[in-house]
Design a protein around this ligand. Structure first.
Ligand SMILES: Cc1ncc(COP(=O)(O)O)c(C=O)c1O
Length: 285
């Protein structure tokens, strides 16, 4: 059995995707074309934010987002000890000091209690990683942030379309932090046919800065007044992602149904107990 059969998942939209790719080839519109802007607008709407800026991959999304905060060198950044290496590496790439915090033993996300213990005067940023579609309790996070000048960045690379239900109004992943980062690697819930990434935000200045930075420091052809990087999303990938975004909610629901079947049929006692405890814990929140 294939662990992830993307061909099977996308079968119903492959003809449309092929048609879109042919059109792009005919137009020779390969870099930052109209489709990139269209995907960014649609993804921002999906995440309930004003802006979205695409880039080459999730690792770059994290770097571009953290870098745009322009934090003093050596500032402390709290992040979960259990995450993908890119979250940590992006902090280091920005010359900031990573402070690793354990996850909550009942979930797979950062422990709010442990965050409290690790906050110092030098803490300028907390990165929340929504691992396996799970989001931390944002109601509790809000409480510990009161009166503190600490930014939040979401690493929502594993949580496209997820919600946190700890407050009266559910909060969608990608809409909470000053900036939120998504990987669009093929195996993600929303995946391109190659590497891709995107950042969501309600902050216009940050969106414009990142747009320029990811385009080798340029927002006007041949003018490069910022030492940026080349981290653009290909037009072809954007066209594929537009088609796949329409399928995301349906695919997420199907994943949940399949997960339920696994949960109900697991015979390993330890795992069964963990799932039971986790479900109870999440319901209480
Ligand atoms: C939580 C998390 N952060 C960051 C990344 C990095 O994304 P990418 O592989 O697109 O660079 C991933 C991807 O695996 C991830 O799961």
């Amino acid at each position: 059995m294939k662990f992830l059969d993307l061909y099977n998942q996308d079968k119903s939209i492959l003809k449309l995707i092929s048609r879109d790719i042919n059109k792009i080839i005919k137009k020779s519109d390969f870099i930052l074309g109209n489709k990139v802007k269209e995907f960014e607008d649609k993804f921002a709407k999906y995440c309930e934010t004003k802006y979205a800026v695409s880039c080459a991959n999730g690792t770059d999304a994290l770097f571009l987002a953290i870098n745009s905060l322009n934090l003093p060198k050596g500032s402390e950044v709290i992040l979960p000890a259990m995450t993908y290496c890119s979250t940590l590496f992006s902090v280091m790439r920005c010359n900031l000091k990573p402070i690793l915090v354990d996850i909550d033993k009942n979930t797979s996300t950062i422990s709010v209690e442990e965050i409290k213990k690790k906050i110092t005067k030098k803490t300028k940023l907390i990165i929340l990683v929504h691992l396996y579609g799970d989001m931390p309790n944002l109601y509790k996070i809000n409480k510990i942030l009161i009166g503190k000048k600490i930014h939040i960045i979401e690493d929502a690379s594993q949580a496209h379309g997820a919600f946190d239900y700890s407050s009266k109004k559910p909060i969608k992943s990608g809409s909470y932090g000053i900036l939120s980062c998504f990987s669009l690697y093929p195996g993600k819930n929303l995946g391109a046919y190659g590497d891709a990434g995107i950042i969501t935000t309600n902050n216009k200045n940050k969106a414009n800065y990142i747009k320029k930075y990811r385009n080798i420091g340029s927002d006007k052809k041949f003018y490069h007044d910022l030492v940026g990087v080349n981290s653009r999303l290909d037009t072809i990938q954007a066209a594929i992602l537009i088609r796949k975004l329409k399928e995301l909610n349906k695919n997420n629901s199907r994943r949940k149904k399949i997960a339920k079947i696994y949960s109900e049929n697991i015979s390993n006692k330890n795992l069964k107990n963990f799932i039971k405890k986790r479900t109870k814990y999440k319901r209480k929140q």
